[in-house]
Design a protein around this ligand. Sequence first.
Ligand code: SF4
Length: 351
Amino acid sequence: MSEMKIALLGKTQSELVEIVNRLGMPKFTAGQIAQWLYSKKVGSIDEMTNLSFKNRERLKEDYEVGATAPVHAMRSVDGTVKYLFRTPEGNFVESVYIPDGERATLCVSSQVGCKMNCKFCMTGKQGYSGSLTTAQIINQIYSIPERDTLTNIVFMGMGEPLDNLDAVLRSLEILTAKYGYGWSPKRITVSTVGLRRGLERFLNESDCHLAVSLHSPFPAQRAELMPAEKAFPITKIVELLRKYDFSKQRRLSFEYIVFGGVNDKLIYAKELVKLLRGLDCRINLIRFHAIPDVDLQGADMHTMLAFRDYLTQHGIFATIRASRGEDIFAACGMLSTAEQQAEKKRNSIDV
Ligand code: SF4
């Protein structure tokens, strides 16, 4: 059996410095490796040609670039592509590439499954199988054919990013640092249900945009849709957010899935205005993709427009997010669940 090598992908500058120090290489080698990884995006250590042959061979004994191609790609009629990556444990994680005019956004996953158990989410129904490493997060961006066209990254795929905060913060460092991708933090949004400790740390340690899943301004109903409400209520989240400045570069948005007959009446919009009064933020209204075995439906467009108009007229900028890739199971967790089930079936036939 071949020995597992350690991925260089996903290493921060200081981690690379530690590696080269340990291997007795000059310190500047760390900067060269970072450049090969994050600017030139090579696929192997052999391609790092300004490292001496001896150093490349030494590095290859324990390390590899560690990029792995997606195992599936499903293309929607609207250009959205859903990629499925396989983890070494045989699980699947999804990333969705969403082209939109000048923009091309990649929605990345941070965990395999999720602990948060939101009622409307297929990933939540899978349960939690583990957190992705920084290498596995960066690999989703590194290993898709459209990688050089990306303008934005959103952490809105499988998992709760703040429940895997160390790896997510390291990924954000790599994406925004000069030695890494060198992106402006304005191009990256992290979406969360709102976890008390993680949220505060994220706000203090990163400048990336924040999106908070809200879905209902009423605590009892929010708790029913999102059990995380019980641990850190939306009123406390808003209280914490009021301590930060979102009037400049950093943007705060709230995600609100509009469920028909559940949270779509104007009384909800009115309550949202009350809850968020004075906060620099916007609300993204999202159309719901129906999922199996869940008695929730999407609201009709007429209702969504009225909801949006109410918010805008009362001082909250609101948009309706276009629904993309409906024909390829674009709702988070749908494709990986289907693949997991297919794999189980294949395995049970094999034995
Ligand atoms: S919506 Fe997000 S936080 Fe909630 S269960 Fe799904 S992946 Fe987890």
